[in-house]
Design a protein around this ligand. Structure first.
Ligand code: NAP
Length: 307
């Protein structure tokens, strides 16, 4: 008997409202496709509307009945995040799943519009603010979920609260900043889950990672000589985006998922395979760091959750 969790296991999603950040590419695109195919109303939150519409059109060719709305969201800009939340709330009255998927990886040192180092700014702070601005609607939707996409790179991550944002580029390395941002995704997930549980909410917070998947994420190191040399080996190790999307999809819709769980591929080194429960590092379960990150994230973004 085949016990692998696949898209065949996605339940009927009619009547569900699902937000996917970064829905125009890679893992997010696959998630939008599968959720909408199963009947959910999906909001694909994209920083580039044209790319979002193009991706939507691709899905509609195969699934003409898919209900997808592309909405503008730039996670590198708090004003855009606020506008997205306001505009969403004016149209929709529930959120069954918020899939915080969008991300950037290992780009040169740059700042968001609000002056945050861009990897932490996009991958964590932007999603923290988005979640906080939507939390009332999420909490008022029974059995809703917040799903954060982390990475195996969280294992290399270290929270440097003395210089969280690599001020003026001090100490910045691409991998340090990426690792820290992906560790932050998990610290945020587990702290959010503790707070939801303490508030007796039926909403849960869950995390997932896609292993190593062939998407557009590596755009910032395509030209590096080491990457070129390693490319044939890399291509043997990676899986297609549709497989990489499965852990996040499972975390979003499998009725057996519980708050605080973390899903990833079941293959060797969690690089490829079908989604199963996986472990994250002890650092990701550090309660003190989670509280500190929460406080500093509220301060930096100006978004308070009230839970
Ligand atoms: N692929 C992997 O092997 C892998 C491994 C571990 C974790 N992940 C995680 O998986 C998630 C999805 O990445 P992917 O592999 O699917 O990469 P991808 O193909 O590059 O997709 C990333 C998505 O995020 C969007 N995005 C980036 N910055 C944004 C911003 N400021 N505001 C709004 N959207 C923004 C991108 O929009 P544009 O198209 O406009 O740039 C794109 O839609 C990320 O969180 C990543 O860290 C991926």
């Amino acid at each position: 008997m085949n016990t692998n969790w696949t898209i065949q296991n996605i339940p009927d999603l009619k009547g569900k409202t699902i937000i996917v950040t970064g829905g125009n590419s890679g893992i997010g695109f696959e998630a939008v496709k599968e959720f909408s195919t199963k009947g959910a109303e999906v909001i694909s939150a994209c920083r580039n509307i044209q790319k979002g519409e193009q991706a939507k059109a691709e899905i509609l060719v195969v699934h003409p009945k898919a209900k997808i709305e592309v909405m503008a969201l730039d996670l590198m800009d708090l004003e855009s995040i606020r506008k997205f939340a306001e505009s969403f709330k004016s149209k929709y009255k529930k959120i069954d799943v918020l899939l915080n998927n969008a991300g950037i990886m290992m780009n040169p040192y740059t700042l968001t519009k609000d002056g945050f180092e861009s990897q932490l700014g996009t991958n964590h702070l932007g999603h923290f603010a988005l979640t906080g601005l939507l939390i009332d609607l999420i909490k008022s939707t029974p059995n809703s979920r917040i799903v954060n996409i982390s990475s195996m790179a969280h294992k290399m991550g270290k929270m440097n609260f003395n210089n969280l944002l690599f001020e003026n580029g001090k100490g910045y390395t691409r991998i340090k900043a990426y690792g820290q941002s992906k560790l932050a995704n998990l610290l945020f997930t587990y702290e959010l889950q503790r707070r939801l549980r303490a508030a007796n909410s039926s909403s849960i917070a869950v995390a997932a990672h896609p292993g190593i998947s062939d998407t557009n994420l590596g755009r910032h190191f395509e030209n590096m000589w080491l990457v070129k040399i390693m490319m044939p080996l890399y291509l043997k190790m990676v899986q297609k985006a549709d497989m990489g999307a499965l852990p996040g999809i499972r975390a979003s819709v499998d009725p057996n998922v519980k708050g605080g769980e973390y899903y990833g591929p079941d293959g060797k080194g969690e690089r490829t395979g079908y989604p199963v429960l996986v472990e994250s590092t002890p650092a990701s379960h550090n309660i003190e760091d989670a509280k500190k990150l929460w406080e500093v994230s509220e301060k930096l973004t100006g978004v308070k959750f009230g839970i």
